[in-house]
Design a protein around this ligand. Structure first.
Ligand SMILES: [Zn+2]
Length: 482
C-alpha cells in the first residue's frame, strides 16, 4: 500500500516541493436504526481514496482522488502543485513555518475484541428493538428509537521526511431515546451508550435493557416536571453534561488555529489570546483539564495525526492556570513551541488536515468524594444530566447549556424533575466557580461524535470526560415560559 504513496512524495520532491505527504484511507461504515418494533434503516458503505498535500513556493496545495493507480497518483501530485502555485500568488506574511518532526515508522491498531462487522444483523436488531420494547411499556411513550453505528478507518501515511505510518481504528456508537407525549407537551429522554474506539464488546444487552427502563420512565416523568426556577444557584453536572461544556468552552477555545484567526468565517476565533499562555486563571485550582490522544479507547486516539506527529498527552489547564493550546505543525511556532502537539486531523481522504480538539477531560478530584456527598453540600440547586440544546458565542466566552434531564436539589438531596432549565455563564466565570469534582471511581468518558469545523465543514470525533462536578452560584434561566 505504501508504494504509490511513496511515489507521490518522490514525485513532489523532484518537482521542488519543500514538503509533501500522501495519505490513503479505507473507510467502512455500517448503521442500523430502529423505530418502535421494527428496523427503520440498515446501510453499509465502503469509501476509499487518497490525498496529496504539497508545500511548494511557500504555499499549500492539496488534491485527492478515489482512483489509486500510478498514473492517477501523478495526476493528483501535478494538480496539488498547480494549486500551491496559485496559492503562492497571495503569499502569507512570513510564509509557512513548519515545525520539525523526526521520521517515524509506526503501526497503530485500536483494541477490538468483537468485530462489529462480524456480528449478525439479527443480534443488532435484537439489541435495539428489545430496548424500544422496554421504553414503549410506558403509557405516554409514543415513540422509541435507537441506532448503532460502526466505523473502521484504515489509514496509510507517508511523507517526504521518511515517515511510514499506518493506523486501523474500529469505533462504535449507539443512542436510544424515548418520546413521551402529554397534555400540550412532549418530552424526549435519551441514553448514549459509550461512543468508543472498541468493537461490539462495548455493548451488552442487559445494560441496554436497564437503560431503556430508566430512559422510558424518565421521558414520562419529564412531562410532569415543574418549570425551573430562575436566579443564581449551585449546580452539579454529570460527566456527560460537562463533556459538552468542556468541548465548547475549553476544547474549541484552545485550538490555536482558531486563536490565530483561521476559523473566523465559521464562528471561529477565541478569547484565549496568546498573552494568556501560562498565566491566565481559566478555572479554580480544583480544575485540571488534560488533553490525551493516547487515551485508551478514545475517539481521537489513532497513534499519530495527519501531519505525521505521534499522539501526546499534555495539560491544557493545570490547577486552574491555562497552560497551552492544541496545535499542528504549522501553528506551534506562533506560541514559541518547537514541536506540534499532534492535533491535525482530516475527516476524509479528500479533506485537508486541520487542528482538531484532542481527547480532553477534567481530571477527577484527588480526595475521595462521591456524588451523594457532592450533592449533599448543596442547599438549593440543580442537577444536570446528559446533553441538550446549547449556544456559545464565536469567541467561546458567553454560553448557555441545558440538560437532557434536570433535577432540583433541596437540602442536599435530588428532589423532583425540572423543565426548561439552562445554565448561563462566561467561560472563566463558570470554571472559576468549580469547587469540587468527584474522585476517580465516578469518572466516565463521553464521546462527541459530530464536531463540525472548517469550511467546507469537516466532522470529527473525540472523547471527553469528567466525574460529577459542582459549580457555585451559576445563573439559571428558562428556555421557555410554560
Ligand atoms: Zn466541536
Amino acid at each position: 500500500m505504501f508504494d504509490l504513496l511513496k511515489q507521490a512524495c518522490d514525485t513532489a520532491k523532484k518537482a521542488g516541493c519543500r514538503f509533501a505527504d500522501a495519505r490513503y484511507l479505507d473507510l467502512h461504515r455500517q448503521q442500523v436504526s430502529s423505530r418502535d418494533l421494527a428496523l427503520s434503516n440498515c446501510s453499509e458503505s465502503d469509501d476509499r481514496g487518497f490525498g496529496v498535500r504539497v508545500l511548494y513556493n511557500g504555499a499549500w496545495g492539496f488534491a485527492s482522488s478515489p482512483g489509486y493507480t500510478s498514473e492517477e497518483v501523478d495526476n493528483v501530485v501535478a494538480l496539488a502543485i498547480r494549486i500551491a502555485r496559485a496559492s503562492a500568488m497571495a503569499p502569507r506574511e512570513g510564509g509557512v513555518n513548519w515545525a520539525p518532526q523526526q521520521a517515524l515508522k509506526l503501526a497503530f491498531k485500536s483494541k477490538c475484541i468483537q468485530d462489529p462487522f462480524d456480528v449478525s444483523l439479527e443480534d443488532k436488531a435484537d439489541l435495539l428493538i428489545s430496548a424500544n420494547q422496554v421504553m414503549l411499556k410506558n403509557n405516554s411513550v409514543i415513540r422509541a428509537q435507537g441506532y448503532l453505528l460502526f466505523k473502521r478507518v484504515q489509514r496509510w501515511y507517508v511523507n517526504t521526511e521518511g515517515s511510514e505510518l499506518t493506523s486501523d481504528v474500529t469505533s462504535s456508537e449507539s443512542v436510544i431515546w424515548a418520546i413521551a407525549v402529554g397534555n400540550d407537551d412532549f418530552q424526549e429522554r435519551n441514553w448514549k451508550a459509550p461512543s468508543t474506539s472498541q468493537g461490539f464488546e462495548a455493548y451488552k444487552k442487559e445494560e441496554f435493557l436497564i437503560q431503556a427502563e430508566r430512559v422510558g420512565a424518565q421521558a414520562e416523568e419529564k412531562l410532569s416536571a415543574r418549570l425551573s426556577p430562575e436566579g443564581d444557584f449551585d449546580i452539579v453536572t454529570d460527566s456527560e453534561n460537562l463533556s459538552l461544556t468542556i468541548h465548547e468552552s475549553v476544547g474549541h477555545a484552545t485550538e490555536l488555529d482558531r486563536v490565530m484567526g483561521y476559523e473566523v468565517s465559521m464562528a471561529g476565533s477565541s478569547f484565549v489570546t496568546r498573552d494568556k499562555k501560562g498565566e491566565f486563571q481559566y478555572a479554580s485550582d480544583k480544575v485540571t483539564l488534560m488533553a490525551d490522544n493516547t487515551l485508551e479507547n478514545g475517539l481521537a486516539t489513532q497513534g499519530f495525526d495527519d501531519d505525521g506527529v505521534p499522539a501526546q498527552r499534555w495539560e491544557i489547564v493545570k490547577d486552574g492556570i491555562f497552560q497551552t493550546y492544541s496545535t499542528g505543525r504549522e501553528f506551534a511556532h506562533y506560541i514559541g513551541e518547537e514541536h506540534s502537539r499532534g492535533c491535525c486531523r482530516a475527516d476524509h481522504w479528500s479533506s485537508i488536515p486541520i487542528v482538531r480538539i484532542p481527547n480532553l477531560f477534567l481530571m477527577p478530584g484527588k480526595e475521595p468524594l462521591s456524588p451523594d456527598e457532592l450533592i449533599g453540600d448543596v442547599k438549593h440547586g440543580l442537577y444536570f444530566e446528559g446533553m441538550d440544546s446549547f449556544s456559545i458565542d464565536q469567541r467561546r466566552l458567553n454560553f448557555q447549556f441545558g440538560g437532557n434531564a434536570v433535577w432540583e436539589i433541596i437540602n442536599g438531596k435530588k428532589a423532583g424533575m425540572l423543565k426548561a432549565a439552562l445554565y448561563q455563564s462566561r467561560t472563566p466565570t463558570f470554571w472559576n466557580a468549580c469547587d469540587a469534582t468527584c474522585d476517580e471511581n465516578y469518572w466516565r468518558p463521553h464521546g462527541v461524535i459530530n464536531c463540525g469545523k472548517g469550511d467546507p465543514m469537516q466532522i470529527a470525533q473525540m472523547t471527553h470526560g469528567a466525574a460529577p462536578t459542582r459549580f457555585r452560584k451559576i445563573r439559571i434561566c428558562r428556555g421557555r415560559d410554560s
